[in-house]
Design a protein around this ligand. Structure first.
Ligand SMILES: CC(C)(COP(=O)(O)OP(=O)(O)OC[C@H]1O[C@@H](n2cnc3c(N)ncnc32)[C@H](O)[C@@H]1OP(=O)(O)O)[C@@H](O)C(=O)NCCC(=O)NCCS
Length: 205
């Protein structure tokens, strides 16, 4: 398996009705009605939802989520543009990736990602996020990408640091978490940091 760093850039393939990104092992495209059962299965899994802001309470709620996603276009201020993460060869839904077009910061995109447990720890989240960052900086010409993570979510902290995002801020007990409060760590990457990272990767060969 190639490491994320040695992977070719994602191939944006703008379809008339949707944005589709390909990586060596994945396709990122729109969620569809028939994805609801798979989406519900992994999103409702406590191991996946523990540090997430949204967990579907029923299959119906997963269906409504997919319907709402269909109405969002890239760059709609304040919206989450949600992409399906599919195995490239089979088309099977194995996760989802959200791009939040921050309403009061139009040059910034916030990222969020979830993978079904059976597909974790294979470098697939890193592969999907690299593709999304390529599109954000080279396709949408944004200035900054961020991600917000609970510092107890070690897999996600390792993931974000591993793809070269900077640990930029740590807010203490800033978010409600059940009856208590959770810390919030912000990771970020600037467009020039993305270019530098990719120039040095190309230089290394
Ligand atoms: C966070 C998440 C997307 C990572 O997905 P993944 O496909 O397993 O990540 P990758 O395989 O690309 O691994 C990225 C790095 O994280 C590390 N990692 C992944 N899972 C880990 C775990 N359970 N424990 C320790 N490290 C872990 C990998 O070893 C890898 O490190 P490396 O770059 O040093 O090799 C996945 O765990 C998940 O969906 N979690 C539930 C949803 C969630 O919390 N999303 C984040 C909200 S901010």
């Amino acid at each position: 398996m190639p490491g994320a760093e040695s992977m070719p850039a994602a191939m944006p393939d703008a379809m008339p009705d949707e944005i589709r990104l390909h990586t060596p092992r994945l396709t990122l495209d729109a969620l569809r009605g028939e994805d609801a059962a798979a989406l519900y299965r992994y999103r409702a899994d406590p191991a996946v939802s523990r540090y997430q802001g949204w967990c579907p309470a029923s299959l119906d709620e997963a269906c409504r989520f997919i319907e709402r996603c269909a109405a969002v276009t890239p760059d709609t201020p304040g919206s989450w543009f949600q992409r399906a993460i599919r195995q490239r060869d089979s088309g099977e839904l194995i996760g989802d990736l959200g791009l939040h077009f921050v309403a009061d910061a139009p040059a910034t995109v916030e990222l969020g990602i979830s993978l079904a447990p059976a597909h974790q720890r294979q470098g697939l989240a890193a592969e999907a996020l690299q593709a999304a960052l390529g599109w954000i900086f080279e396709g949408l010409h944004k200035h900054r990408a961020t991600a917000s993570v609970d510092p107890r979510n070690q897999p996600c902290v390792t993931l974000l640091a591993g793809i070269g995002m900077r640990r930029e801020a740590h807010f203490v007990e800033s978010l409600p978490d059940g009856a208590g409060w959770a810390d919030d760590v912000i990771f970020a990457m600037l467009e020039r940091e993305w270019r530098l990272r990719h120039a040095s990767e190309r230089h290394r060969g």
